[in-house]
Design a protein around this ligand. Structure first.
Ligand code: ZN
Length: 283
């Protein structure tokens, strides 16, 4: 079976079958794997072998809203800015010559279907392909990069535009790190099981209307480029999360600008990977 990985109540789980049943990894493996999600990321290739042995129909039915983010407490969360031509152009900014990197602080990580508490009146959406690092490392070559990825999920790089550009030169990180501003999920799909992993259709709807629609082969810097670039500078660690950038269609670039209001619903999808739903609420 395709390996899909989720976290619930801080414990590692496998997601099994078309009903998305949950199997507790520590229990199912008789303790071969611990309950810690980070242990699974560190031993992802072993986990892949183990997942094959789990029969379809195992596990318990679950409410997807009970899941945590698949990597619930990563050491590092990277965001890549202006990584689609369509978004750089709508922002009136030059195409970056290397990945424009900021951090989304770990405490902003939330499960895929988390509510978004709105603070102020300039909160914006950004649907993104999210990858989670398996065993990590330094100086990873682009051709080896996917080998260091555990899985793929869909996420939202929710952005407080006023805070993001509040000071000069702009420092994006705080404006992208309020509570629940880094939701992704609902689970990870093993990157090795995704045949077109560099060309996935990704969409975002706002209250049912499509606002973003792209193929991830439009990324300026591919997943492999980003991992090679980052790992030449910092050590990538098991469970690290990378938000790889958003395509055109965000609210701030519209005329007039559109920002999220309480009651708005964002639905984010990467075909073959997953869908998340985020409801905007008053803080
Ligand atoms: Zn972004």
């Amino acid at each position: 079976m395709t390996l899909r990985f989720a976290s619930r109540n801080g414990r590692a789980h496998l997601v099994v079958g078309s009903e998305n049943r949950l199997v507790d990894l520590e229990i199912a493996s008789n303790g071969k794997f611990s309950s810690e999600p980070i242990d699974a990321f560190r031993r992802w290739k072993e986990l892949r072998e183990f997942a094959i042995t789990i029969p379809d129909g195992s596990g318990e039915l679950c409410d997807v809203n009970d899941l945590d983010a698949p990597s619930p407490w990563p050491f590092q969360v990277f965001g890549i800015g202006l990584n689609y031509r369509s978004h750089a152009e709508e922002s009136g900014l030059p195409i970056p010559t290397s990945p424009l990197t900021f951090t989304k602080y770990t405490s902003s990580v939330a499960h895929g279907n988390a509510d978004i508490p709105l603070v102020g009146s300039s909160i914006d959406w950004e649907v993104e392909l999210v990858v989670v690092i398996a065993d990590g490392g330094r100086n990873i070559a682009p051709e080896d990069a996917w080998e260091h990825v555990a899985g793929i999920a869909v996420g939202q790089d929710i952005s407080d535009r006023a805070l993001q550009f509040a000071i000069r030169p702009p420092q994006f990180s705080l404006g992208k790190s309020r509570k629940n501003y880094s939701p992704f999920g609902p689970w990870l799909v093993d990157a090795a099981d995704v045949p077109q992993r560099d060309a996935l259709r990704m969409t975002c709807t706002l209250n049912g209307e499509i606002v973003q629609d792209t193929s991830t082969d439009d990324l300026i810097f591919s997943v492999s480029d980003i991992i090679a670039y980052l790992s030449d500078i910092v050590q990538l660690l098991p469970g690290d999360v990378i938000f790889t950038g958003t395509p055109g269609g965000v609210g701030v670039s519209r005329t007039p600008a559109v920002f999220l209001t309480p009651g708005d619903v964002l639905v984010s999808t990467i075909d073959g990977i997953g869908t998340t739903t985020n409801r905007c609420v008053t803080e």
